[in-house]
Unconditional design. Structure first.
Length: 584
């Protein structure tokens, strides 16, 4: 598995899991060194990427502590994981890269065994009050064609001096979806053969070129677009329960989760801000076989959390409660299931990845991709005929409610809304306070010819994807369309066709609001809780200036570290009315 790794020996802090602290607190670094190397040989410094302060060497605040066996080196050699605490008392408040250099033992005084720099990994603040403003956003879905979306977002955030940090809640990468038409083209081309990974370029660009340009620290958790996988030759493979570990039954060509770990940082972690514990989760813990696809044509893209991470979550929440801290959870997917806030309690069945069902998979996925229409979305998954799998979700929700989490903040649905439940309320109930601060609808969208929309509908219903691609391409040729105009025409035809078919009930599965077995869970809020969905900062429409009005971010006003007010901005700088959260 080829990975353009930027993380090797530094495991904390990293680009996507930064240290946020004041000079009064020591900086903790977790570092892997070859077995036998002396950690006192390590030289750690802060580098002021965004300013002019000279590199600042740091001195240990205490003796290094061995934490046990660390991850093997790229050459599969054993390493020891060390914790090194460093003194920040003389460091000027700013955002820094973390640079680590070490040389081997006295017998090899010039051999460098650890050399790494993590961009934007340390933010030193003059003070942390808990009443700052921060940014929540989701789904940059970066690919080579939509770099302008993320670049505009970075420019907008860098221009503000009132933001303490930024949280991007999943789907930093795209894995080559690019557009609805491209999804359908992938299906037409789908066959066994050499595997191409978009992740090498996408994660590489994010970690090396784009995200380090932010002048604010970034917290980043994985989403489904970050975690797709493929076996050699895009094979369907032998049944396997492997999640991240090596799979003796199948040759793994790529796994996006490993790219995330080696370029962004940990898959889940927690940090304190003011009087609040922020718990950052990985909600795409399906097995590798369940995350398979042909490029971005995947069978399953809803969420799931395994027992190990749930246990860690419970430990973090218990620790936060003991310290009298509030709790906020970041996760990409909504564990209540449903679709875009509707049909709560409906969980999508995990489907097998097979060449003979790629057309149905692509149509189900492509009609949602890039659309602001209300279409069916896989939100959270369950295995058919496996009650234990669904039970894990019940346990997850119980942990969140029992520990009185203030709010869950999620991406995935590319829209902005807040659902608030009072103490004692059924979290699957339609009786809840609903507030929206929706994105703008871009003006001037091309109106597709009705005859082409009708033809597209007929071909989609017949599953004749290859013919549909040819019809759309021929129409663009006949109109003399190139580049952005060609893409806009194709998207307009497909989006209109999908919206009409959805309105006619041609696609959506039979769903029920809180099915009987979910009602038996009797999951009720122990205190007020908010389910917050935040905007995407990039996707598949970016050929016109007006398209950027639908991409944005949410500025949260904090109190005691937890959000009490939200205001949505698009990347053009336009703001919606603020939304207030009930705080008790």
């Amino acid at each position: 598995m080829s990975i353009d790794a930027t993380i090797d020996c530094i495991h904390y802090p990293t680009l996507g899991c930064p240290a946020l602290l004041t000079p009064a607190s020591p900086l903790t670094v977790w570092l892997s060194l070859p077995e036998g190397d002396d950690p006192s040989s390590v030289k750690v410094a802060l580098v002021d990427r965004h300013g002019s302060t000279p590199e600042q060497p740091l001195t240990p605040a205490s003796a290094p502590v061995a934490l046990g066996l660390g991850p093997a080196s790229p050459k599969r050699k054993r390493r020891t994981l060390w914790q090194i605490d460093l003194d920040l008392s003389s460091v000027r408040p700013a955002l820094y890269d973390l640079a680590v250099r070490s040389t081997a033992s006295e017998t090899q005084p010039n051999a460098v065994t650890a050399s790494e720099t993590q961009p934007n990994a340390v933010r030193v603040y003059a003070e942390i009050t808990g009443d700052e403003k921060v940014v929540f956003c989701g789904d940059s879905q970066y690919h080579v064609d939509n770099a302008a979306c993320l670049e505009r977002f970075i420019t907008a955030i860098n221009a503000r001096d009132d933001i303490a940090w930024v949280a991007l809640i999943g789907d930093g990468c795209d894995n080559g979806v690019k557009s609805k038409l491209n999804m359908l083209k992938l299906v037409v081309r789908a066959r066994p053969g050499p595997v191409h990974s978009y992740y090498i370029a996408e994660f590489g660009d994010l970690a090396k070129r784009l995200l380090p340009r932010l002048n604010k620290p970034l917290v980043l958790v994985p989403g489904n677009h970050d975690g797709m996988a493929a076996y050699a030759s895009y094979a369907e493979g032998t049944p396997s329960e492997a999640y991240l570990e090596p799979d003796p039954a199948n040759e793994v060509a790529y796994d996006g989760i490993h790219h995330f770990r080696r370029t962004i940082g940990p898959l889940y972690f927690a940090f304190d801000w003011g009087k609040t514990r922020y718990i950052c989760m990985n909600s795409f813990e399906l097995t590798r076989a369940e995350r398979l696809g042909y490029h971005a044509v995947v069978a399953n893209w809803g969420g799931f959390v395994r027992a190990e991470q749930r246990g860690w979550l419970e430990d973090e929440l218990e620790d936060a409660s003991a310290a009298h801290r509030h709790a906020v959870v970041f996760m990409h997917h909504d564990p209540r299931g449903g679709s875009e806030g509707a049909a709560l309690g409906y969980y999508s069945d995990v489907r097998p990845y097979r060449y003979d069902n790629l057309v149905d998979i692509a149509i189900a996925y492509a009609r949602y991709v890039g659309s602001n229409a209300s279409t069916w979305q896989q939100e959270w998954m369950k295995r058919p005929n496996d009650p234990g799998h669904l039970e894990e979700t019940r346990k997850l929700l119980s942990v969140l409610l029992d520990h009185q989490v203030h709010c869950l903040i999620m991406g995935h649905d590319n829209e902005n809304w807040v659902e608030s439940y009072g103490k004692g309320a059924d979290i699957f109930s339609e009786i809840r306070a609903l507030q929206t601060y929706s994105s703008s609808v871009p003006p001037g969208q091309p109106v597709p010819p009705p005859s082409e929309v009708k033809t597209a509908k007929q071909l989609l219903k017949a599953r004749q994807v290859d013919t549909l691609v040819n019809v759309i391409e021929s129409s663009a040729d006949a109109r003399g369309l190139d580049g952005a105009e060609r893409t806009a025409h194709a998207e307009a035809v497909l989006e209109a066709a999908f919206e009409e078919l959805t309105a006619e009930g041609a696609f959506d599965p039979e769903d029920s609001f809180a099915p009987v077995e979910i009602n038996r869970w009797k999951l009720r809020a122990k205190a007020p809780i908010h389910f917050i969905h935040v905007d995407d900062v990039g996707a598949y429409k970016h050929s016109r200036e007006s398209h950027f009005a639908v991409y944005g971010y949410v500025v949260a006003q904090l109190h005691e570290g937890r959000p009490i007010g939200l205001q949505r901005y698009n990347v053009l700088g336009e703001a919606n009315d603020p939304v207030s959260l009930l705080v008790v």
